[in-house]
Design a protein around this ligand. Structure first.
Ligand code: SF4
Length: 375
């Protein structure tokens, strides 16, 4: 049996070994997908389409199919707002980077390679490392890996977001994988989108009157239908066939942005100040960095082997609630036994590395020998 370590699973193990056990050995997942995960997944899907040569409008159309089936635990408005946010931001991305000179060589390339003992040079017979490289790109003479991320953090030059990448293990893992496969990779281009912090809002009376008169909002034209009562008072507004919510102001009724109107404001906000939303930096690695990463991966693998053998996975209680609430708090705090039953609010997945579509992994073990090189 072969086991797989990914950048996500090693980070989880570093954070809390018991969390690694629950996610990657037992295979537990929340039955409700977290919004940032879904947003990030759809961001990647949109970039993949753009990378394949799709124009922005077609990309948005295809992305809409990802938002066809709304989970019952998300309100219709929140669901549409999420779609318009990611679709508008992707259109802004396509506009901003339209002349960046990058040539896309391949998108979403999966790898599965040996984990080598950095002291002896011998590969583990039991473990392999796997991952998915977002893009391989060419910049002039150089070929590079491009990694895409979304974040809510500050991405200004010199911010902790960028400084932290100096020691990020995923970058080292992907760089070594690309070189081992035989791609002449000179480095990693980190491509980050900072998610908009704005939310749908109520229009001022002046803006509402302007919109209902011109049908223009944030530079986009909408189909607007106004319903009035016998006294000519506005009793309903449809924007692109979507009913807008009317809200009272002291001076009269106004309307809340519909999700499509909010999308127009997202697009306008980003295109007015693109540097606040988009950033790219080339992340360097020295030979010493690469060696340290190899030793780190080997040490984590040995630690997992040891805990697997004894069945005792230690808990890092400092990580439960300090950086957001760990998804497994209720299991750990209440001492829930997960060996037989799946706790309420969770599902058990067959393939804990869901991001790797070509891995056929079941219960912590896999056979990935067929994926020695990027697909
Ligand atoms: S709740 Fe705490 S101990 Fe339990 S898995 Fe999460 S971080 Fe680890």
């Amino acid at each position: 049996m072969t086991h797989v370590l990914t950048a996500s699973s090693t980070k989880t193990c570093k954070q809390c070994p018991y969390k690694y056990y629950l996610r990657y050995v037992v295979g537990l997942r929340r039955d409700r997908e977290a919004t940032p995960l879904r947003f990030g997944g759809n961001w990647h899907r949109g970039l993949e389409l753009l990378g394949q040569g799709c124009v922005a409008a077609d990309m948005q159309g295809q992305l809409a199919t990802e938002y066809r089936d709304r989970p019952e635990y998300i309100s219709p408005e929140a669901w549409e707002v999420e779609y318009y946010t990611v679709a508008s931001a992707l259109a802004a991305y396509a506009w901003y980077y339209q002349n960046d000179g990058l040539e896309v060589v391949a998108t979403e390339s999966e790898f599965c390679l040996p984990i080598t003992n950095p002291e002896s040079g011998r590969p583990s017979t039991k473990w392999r490392r796997a991952g998915k490289i977002d893009r391989r790109i060419r910049m002039g003479e150089h070929e590079m890996i491009e990694e895409h991320k979304t974040t809510s953090e500050d991405i200004a030059p010199g911010s902790d977001y960028w400084r932290n990448l100096r020691i990020d293990s995923q970058i080292s893992m992907y760089l070594s994988a690309a070189r081992e496969i035989g791609h002449p990779t000179s480095g990693i281009l980190y491509d980050v989108f900072r998610k908009p912090q704005i939310r749908p809002k109520k229009l001022s009376l002046k803006d509402a009157v302007g919109f209902l008169t011109t049908n223009l909002y944030c530079g986009q034209t909408f189909d607007v239908t106004i319903q009035r009562d016998e006294a000519k008072k506005i009793v309903g507004v449809q924007v692109n066939a979507c009913k807008a919510t009317l809200e009272p102001l002291k001076a009269g009724p106004t309307l809340r942005e519909t999700p499509a109107m909010f999308g127009a404001r997202v697009l306008q906000s980003i295109t007015e100040l693109p540097d606040q939303y988009f950033a790219r930096q080339e992340i360097a690695r020295t030979e010493a960095d690469m060696e340290a990463a190899a030793f780190e991966l080997w040490a984590i693998m040995q630690q997992i082997n040891s805990m697997s053998r004894t069945g005792h996975w230690y808990k890092n209680e400092t990580q439960c609630v300090r950086m957001g609430r760990c998804e497994f708090c209720d299991i750990c705090f209440d001492g829930v036994d997960v060996t037989n039953d799946v706790p309420d609010g969770f599902i058990r997945v067959e393939n804990p590395h869901v991001e790797l579509s070509t891995l056929k992994e079941t219960n912590h073990a896999t056979n990935c020998n067929a994926h020695d090189s990027a697909a």
